[in-house]
Design a protein around this ligand. Structure first.
Ligand code: ADP
Length: 162
């Protein structure tokens, strides 16, 4: 079975990576899909985010990354995925995720959405928290893969701190 893990990944965090690693052991193939969403005004270009994912998942030979726009269900079907994978951190994620899952089910009944509960160590992590900390010079080495920490340091013009 192939699963699609869609998101903004602006940038990839260790929480995302944990979902990817666990997804990769559950499915034959996992496609990490970066949404091109101009309205979100991202910090990193889609190409940079794909590169971050490639670097961080180099040890996983059944994981690939691709960019997409339009409906997630359309892209899932285009690339032959059976399942949409999403992560859940807290109750606050649940309401939104459930709404999206129901919407996707109404659009493409054959696609299932599967949720992985966050690893407790990563439950506080989000891309926006990471950017906020990095912007003000805080250490993000325990929140993101090494390559992303370097990109954030470059973005905010600081030296990378572990
Ligand atoms: P989106 O903009 O679609 O919410 P994100 O990049 O923020 O995209 O997140 C992609 C998916 O990863 C979402 O399902 C989100 O709930 C999940 N996720 C984000 N951070 C974590 C984390 N720390 N642990 C587990 N899942 C997470």
């Amino acid at each position: 079975m192939q699963a699609l893990y869609p998101g903004s990944f602006d940038p990839l965090t260790l929480g995302h990576l944990d979902v990817i690693e666990r997804g990769a052991s559950l499915f034959d193939q996992l496609v990490v899909a970066v949404l091109r969403n101009p309205s979100k005004n991202p910090c990193f270009s889609v190409e940079q985010r794909l590169e971050q994912i490639h670097l961080a998942t180099a040890h996983l030979n059944n994981v690939s990354a691709a960019a997409f726009d339009g409906l997630t269900v359309d892209f899932a079907q285009d690339c032959g995925s059976d399942v949409i994978l999403r992560g859940l951190r807290a109750l606050s994620d649940f309401e939104y995720e459930l709404q999206i899952a129901h919407t996707n089910k109404s659009l493409a009944p054959q696609l299932e959405t599967l949720f992985l509960a966050t690893a407790t160590a990563h439950s506080f992590l989000s891309s926006s928290v990471v950017k906020e900390v990095a912007r003000f010079g805080g250490s993000v080495g325990h929140m993101v893969p090494t390559g992303v920490a370097q990109d954030l340091a470059r973005l905010f013009n600081q030296s990378s701190r572990p």
